[in-house]
Design a protein. Structure first.
Length: 270
């Protein structure tokens, strides 16, 4: 088969209740391998971490009710029928983090940052070429089962996106999305007050220590991208850790609710 005949790249695993739809389309990239394979079912009761960042502490953070839909998702991934064969794209250098571990990490991040019961949400998992600093990224999306209905009715609902580095297993971004929320741009006078108000930095630090459970020492915490974020109605606080890594907490104005938490590893000088 000539891979050059296919237009785009995505391996999409769509979990919607009792139905798992897997589709794969190959990009005009010579190093992508197209294979047809079976994925054996795995249970979270006995996880086999493939990265040092995936450990047994993750599972106890999730309730049995939250674990069950992930187990269902994994079971469906291992199910084959004669009528429907799954095709999986294996990207180059996709890393050691399995799809199962990516789902566990994403669910844990959403739960601890936003206190969400993921058992009530459907999820979509993509191993995506992000065209950014990360060549390939696990992207996990959580949304209500009736999201389309709610959207059609003009009702408010929340969705969550999680990006995970498949090389080191780090969650690099967790974002809460609510398209019904109205943003309030920050005026010049309000911005002047925010810059002098330590409560925004304190709120970001609390998110990092109390919700993210980050134990490394914070070296500095500063407001960033203020001109751009003022127009968006957001306040972003970058927290540098002693080892050179950093977190950025982006909070909505004026209620200080968390929109997203982004993590960047320390840059290694060569």
């Amino acid at each position: 088969m000539n891979n050059k005949k296919f237009p785009t790249t995505l391996a999409v695993l769509l979990f919607t209740g009792s139905l798992l739809i897997v589709s794969a389309v190959i990009q005009n990239t010579p190093h992508l391998a197209l294979t047809s394979t079976k994925t054996p079912g795995m249970k979270l009761e006995a996880p086999t971490p493939v990265s040092s960042t995936v450990n047994d502490d993750l599972q106890p953070q999730m309730s049995p009710k939250e674990i069950q839909p992930i187990n269902n998702f994994i079971d469906m991934a291992g199910h084959e029928t004669s009528e429907s064969k799954r095709t999986i794209v294996t990207p180059p250098a996709a890393g050691d983090l399995s799809q199962t571990d990516a789902v566990i990490l994403a669910a844990s991040s959403v739960r601890k940052l936003f206190d969400v019961d993921i058992a009530k949400l459907q999820m979509r998992v993509i191993l995506s070429d992000t065209r950014t600093s990360l060549p390939w990224t696990w992207a996990v999306h959580f949304s209500p089962y009736n999201a389309k209905t709610l959207e059609g009715q003009g009702k408010e609902f929340w969705e969550y996106d999680v990006l995970i580095d498949p090389i080191n297993g780090m969650v690099v971004n967790t974002t809460a999305i609510n398209n019904a929320l109205k943003r309030t741009p920050i005026s010049a006078s309000a911005a002047s007050t925010i810059y002098k108000d330590a409560r925004w930095i304190n709120a970001a630090i609390t998110i990092l220590t109390d919700k993210q459970k980050e134990s490394r020492k914070i070296a500095t915490a500063t407001l960033i991208n203020t001109e751009t974020n003022d127009k968006r109605g957001m306040v972003a606080v970058q927290m540098m850790l002693e080892d050179g890594s950093s977190y950025t907490a982006e909070m909505r104005y004026p209620d200080q609710s968390l929109r997203c938490l982004t993590y960047e590893t320390a840059q290694v000088l060569k």
